[in-house]
Design a protein. Structure first.
Length: 236
């Protein structure tokens, strides 16, 4: 059983982790770390910590969150692990060179945001894209947007995937800048296909950026979750 749960901040979220086998000391608040992420690795800064016992006793979820963070930022993509043992792990301390690369990532994200906004204007989509965030390993790219009503962003995702060749996710924000409750994400990895989720919809038309068939996708039951995972029903 891990002894400590660490709250780690990324660009637009804060999530909880425990130390992995390569971590042999307590992590200080303010240090940068590499962590397990969505099919890869990410880099963030430790902003809080608490004992596993306290985390488990409080169900570990909404109680461990600095006052400034958003209610939707409870775990990976909004998930709520039931105990410290279910959390993803801190892999190791980040190197000085990796921390320096965060400024390069921010510059890339500024350019990504500019290009995405251009594509939105070209397609006259009723949405305001407010931010872009790369996972540190570039295996996932998330765009955050605001919208009043339904948005069909299938062609926008097709455009973005054709440029960046990585998993593209669209996440809607509410008027306060935090994640809204609607399942409106899109996984556009080159080897996968699935269903499109537009804002206001629970199921949308099928779309496959690679042009072939593939497994269905389904939204998580957690109302704060915005990603789309492979349905276990299609494993063989």
């Amino acid at each position: 059983m891990p002894r400590t749960v660490y709250n780690i901040k990324f660009k637009r979220s804060q999530r909880n982790f425990v130390a992995g086998p390569r971590i042999n000391r307590d992590l200080d608040i303010g240090c940068y770390v590499k962590v397990e992420a969505d099919r890869g690795e990410d880099l963030g800064i430790v902003v809080g910590k608490m004992s596993s016992e306290k985390f488990n006793a409080s169900a570990g979820r909404a109680s461990f969150r600095p006052p400034s963070s958003n209610p939707s930022e409870l775990g990976p993509s909004g998930s709520n692990p039931s105990s410290a043992a279910d959390l993803k792990r801190v892999i190791r301390l980040a190197t000085h060179d990796e921390v320096n690369l965060l400024s390069v990532k921010r510059e890339e994200e500024d350019e990504l945001l500019r290009i995405c906004r251009t594509k939105v204007r070209q397609r006259a989509l009723p949405m305001n894209v407010v931010d872009a965030e790369y996972q540190f390993d570039r295996h996932k790219l998330t765009f955050f947007f605001e919208a009043e009503g339904r948005v069909d962003f299938r062609e926008l995702v097709r455009d973005l995937f054709s440029i960046y060749k990585t998993r593209i996710w669209m996440q809607q924000l509410d008027k306060n800048g935090s994640s809204g409750p609607q399942p409106i994400a899109r996984d556009s990895s080159p080897s996968s296909a699935g269903r499109e989720y537009s804002s206001g919809d629970s199921v949308g038309p099928e779309y496959n950026p690679s042009g072939g068939g593939g497994p269905e996708y389904s939204t998580d039951s957690d109302p704060h979750r915005h990603d789309v995972e492979r349905s276990e029903a299609h494993t063989s």
